[in-house]
Design a protein around this ligand. Sequence first.
Ligand code: ZN
Length: 272
Amino acid sequence: MARTLKILVVGAHPDDADFQFGGSAALYRRQGHQVRFLSVTNGSTGHFCMGGVELARRRAEEARRSGEVLGLEYLVLDIQSGELEPSLPYRKMLIQHIREYRPDLIATHRPCDYHPDHRYTSQLVQDAAYSVTVPGVCPLTPHLSETPVIVYLHDSFRVPSPFRADVVLDIDEVVEKKMDMLHCHTSQMYEWMPYNGGYLAEVPDGPDARREWLGHRYRARDQQVAEEFRSVLLRLYGEARGTRVRQAEAFEVCEYGAPLTADQLPILFPFF
Ligand SMILES: [Zn+2]
């Protein structure tokens, strides 16, 4: 292995990184690279009958256990969910976080998204992108010589611009690890999201039945990604493997980070 990469996935809530980067994180971890999931909010509004201290602590523990599945660091910042703003203090906090971790690659939401926490998380990463290299901003935290490559996590929003898949990763061999991570987020997978989506009655009882149900439900999403971006899989993996891929995760390069050059691609995504 050439060198150990550091990957930073900045999600708004404790489960966003798992959904859009869980399989990719498993691929990196399998090669010994470092992956850090950072949830910018504590997720304390993500439930129908629980909140505050109890839910924030429960979700932090769920995130910790999810991180344990892959042996990655899962950090949850103590900012109330639903109340994140793209403010100067939060921007500085993120600049310092990025400078201290010194990631090779950052992944985050796109700025067009239904959820204000997702939008503002993206905005904060974008606002930090240039400033991480400016010595006069947060001068006591050593600045970076260049902005890392930044990619956006996949979503299905169409306006103002649909997601463009620049990198698509085959996660077939690790997809069950991703499902195991999602399974750790009990409050979300089996309570809040089914309640909010109107399918709470479908959720089975017992951990084994739930894990199986979850796998069916969420592998299907990753299968849609593979189908939608098949042409990119064929280009990156070649005809034989590109055709075979069943589950995938996709990323769009953010133009405010360093460019993802043809030389950089196999270094930052050493899977092709
Ligand atoms: Zn979220």
